[in-house]
Design a protein around this ligand. Sequence first.
Ligand SMILES: Nc1ncnc2c1ncn2[C@@H]1O[C@H](COP(=O)(O)OP(=O)(O)O)[C@@H](O)[C@H]1O
Ligand SMILES: [Mg+2]
Length: 416
Amino acid sequence: MTDVDVNGNSGMSEMNEMNGNSGQLNGKATGFGKVIKPGATIGILGGGQLGRMLTLAGRNMGYRFVTLDPTEDSPCGQVADEQIVAGYDHVISARKLAEQAEVITYEFENVDAQVTELLMKEAYVPQGSQLLYTTQHRIREKKAIEAAGAPVAPYEEITSAAQLREVVERFGTPCVLKTATGGYDGKGQWVIRSLDETQEAFDTLIKSGAELVLEQFIHFDKELSVIAARSPGGEVKAFPAAENIHVNNILHLSIVPARIPASVQKEAEELAVRIASSMGVIGLLAVELFLTPDGQLYVNELAPRPHNSGHYTMESCRTSQFEQHIRAICNLPLGSTELMTPVVMVNLLGQHVDPLLELLDQPGFEDEELGVSAKIHLYGKHEAKHNRKMGHVNLLASDTARALTWIERSAIWESK
Ligand SMILES: Nc1ncnc2c1ncn2[C@@H]1O[C@H](COP(=O)(O)OP(=O)(O)O)[C@@H](O)[C@H]1O
Ligand SMILES: [Mg+2]
C-alpha cells in the first residue's frame, strides 16, 4: 500500500506529480489539482448499484464511463460505455482501466492493496490511497475520527480471548466485538451480552483472520448519517442528516429531515464536515452516527463513497450525492445540498420487488390523497435473492409522516 498524503492542497499537487498526470488530456492543472471536464472518461472500480448511479449522474453531465467488475452485465456495466469483466484484484485489468480513464474512482472501500498501488502509480486517483487505507480498518478509522475531534464509542483492540474477557469486564455488557476489516451489513460482529460469551465470540470472529476491536455498546435513540463532499481545493459541503432505520442489520429507511432537533442536525452535519476536512477527503465521505437519548452524538463508522443512506438525495436535494461525488473528483464547484422536499427512502430487497411491481398500476401508487410521489430506482440485478439490495424508492411528500403512511399502506415491506 502506497501512502499518499492527501491532507490539504500541497498533498494534492504532490499526488498529481506522483501520478505524472499534471495537465494531461482533459485535465487542467490548477493549484488545487486538475479539472476533469465533461467529455472525459471516468473509470469506476466496481460495477454495483453505487457505480450505476454514479454513472447515470455523470452521463447527464457528459462524462463517459468504464467500469471493472467480475460479473458480466453488472448494474453499472449496463449503463456505462464499457465494462471490463475481471476480478477487482486482477492487476492487468486494473491497468487497462487506468489506461482508458482520465480519472478513477471506486464504489467500495475494500480495494485490493496491489491494485491500489498500481492505480496510484499509473492513473489519476484524486481520492488517494490514504482514505482507503484508513477506512478499510475500523481501528485506523476510529483514530482518524478522534484526530478530527469527533467522539467515538470507547473501544479497544483485542488480541486474545483472555484480554477480551478483561476488557468486557471493564466496559460492561453489552458490548460489540467487530472484525477490524471486511465487515458489512452487520456481518463480522458479535454483540456480547454476558461474560460467558467471550470465548465463543472471540473464537468465531478470529476465524476470519482479521484483527478485532471491542466497542462499548451505545444505547442510542436514533441512528443518523451525514454525507459530506470535499473537493481538492478544500471546499466542503454536507447533505442534510438522515435518520436511518435498519431491519436485520440492513438499512430499511432513511427519513429526511431527521426527526431530531435542528441543533442536533446542525451538529451532526458539522461533525461530518470536520472529519472530511481533517482527513483531507476528496469526493464523498459518509459518516454514520449514533444519537443517545441525552443528545450526545457518537461517530460509528465512515465510508469513502456514495452511501445507501444518501440515496434520498436523488430527487429531494438540488444536487444528488452521485453528482456531488463526480463534481468533487473532477474538481468542479460543489453543488448546493439544499433539501427541496421532505423525503423517505425505502430499500427494495429481493422479497420486495414483486409486490412493488404489482402495486405499480394500482391507484395507491400515486396516492393523491396523501400527496406522495414515489420515485422508483431499480438496479438491474438479475436475481432477486432474499435480502439482496435490488433498488429503492424515494417517497417525496409535504412531510415525512405522509411518506411513512404510504409505505405502511403499500404493505410491501411486511415481508421482512
Ligand atoms: N457500538 C455499538 N453500539 C450499539 N450498536 C452498534 C454498535 N456498533 C454497531 N451497532 C449496530 O450495528 C449496526 C452495524 O454496525 P456497523 O459498525 O455500522 O457495521 P456495518 O459495516 O455492518 O454497517 C449499526 O448500524 C448499529 O445498529
Ligand atoms: Mg454501518
